[in-house]
Design a protein around this ligand. Structure first.
Ligand code: ATP
Ligand code: MG
Length: 223
């Protein structure tokens, strides 16, 4: 399974009996510190290619893979995600992970979503290729893969070894799909450093997010 083979996966899923008559909802979890154009283009492209009804962005309150890192307060990351997505009627933002204690495990989020939406909805969890590479480190990942599909978007410098992933996950690998998306060499890390170095972030984040970062004086110590 390679990123370049994406078209056939899209077709396979589109035809799948499993999805007949069901709502198709994309879930985009992330730290979003800050959200940037890379996230937005990936979400829009995947929503289009996989015929999703909507994409719900879910900022992680306590990202499990960043417990040792300094991150901005969740309220700022949530606000920036709202500002970035509000002009798209098919994008939504959820604060559900902000109401839970402890690490924001996606398995718990999906369990809650399935409980709330019943079995009439098929969930598609959107990740970048770097996250596909480390899926095996996610909390209760085998269980999570029974709850949703994963869609990996291409990201510069990342090419997941799908054979290795297939060996690790066995038949569950069928739930992991890769899609060739426009590759933008943008990361929140780079943006934080740019702000700290007083360099421009124009056109890398939406204008509203740029203004919010300056108004709230975020990332000034990130040189
Ligand atoms: P950081 O540098 O702080 O880790 P980030 O840019 O990776 O930030 P995250 O909030 O960590 O952003 O990412 C959330 C999800 O979006 C992850 O699955 C990540 O792989 C994906 N993602 C982020 N940026 C891109 C990009 N430019 N192209 C494709 N996927 C991306
Ligand atoms: Mg990241």
């Amino acid at each position: 399974m390679h990123i370049a083979d994406s078209a056939c996966f899209v077709e396979d899923i589109g035809k799948g009996e499993l999805t007949m008559g069901k709502k198709r909802v994309g879930i985009f979890g992330g730290t979003f510190d800050p959200i940037h154009m890379g996230h937005l283009i990936v979400a829009e492209t995947i929503m289009d290619e996989f015929h999703l009804d909507k994409v719900v962005f879910i900022p992680a309150a306590v990202p499990p893979h960043k417990l040792d890192k300094q991150i901005s307060p969740a309220k700022h990351r949530y606000m920036m995600t709202m500002l970035a997505t509000c002009s798209n009627p098919r994008f939504q933002v959820s604060d559900m992970e902000m109401h839970r204690q402890g690490p924001s495990y996606s398995r718990d989020t999906l369990a809650q979503l399935l409980e709330e939406h019943g079995r009439d909805t098929e969930f598609y969890f959107i990740v970048g290729a770097d996250s596909v590479e480390n899926l095996h480190t996610w909390n209760r990942i085998d269980e999570l893969l029974t709850m949703c599909h994963f869609i990996g978007a291409s990201r510069p410098g990342c090419m997941p070894d799908m054979e290795k992933i297939a060996q690790r996950f066995g038949p569950l690998v069928e739930k992991i799909h890769c899609l060739e998306t426009p590759e933008l060499e943008i990361s929140s890390t780079e943006i934080r450093h740019r702000v700290g170095q007083k360099r421009t972030i124009r056109y890398i984040v939406p204008e509203t997010v740029e203004q919010y970062i300056y108004k709230e004086k975020l990332y000034l110590d990130m040189v």
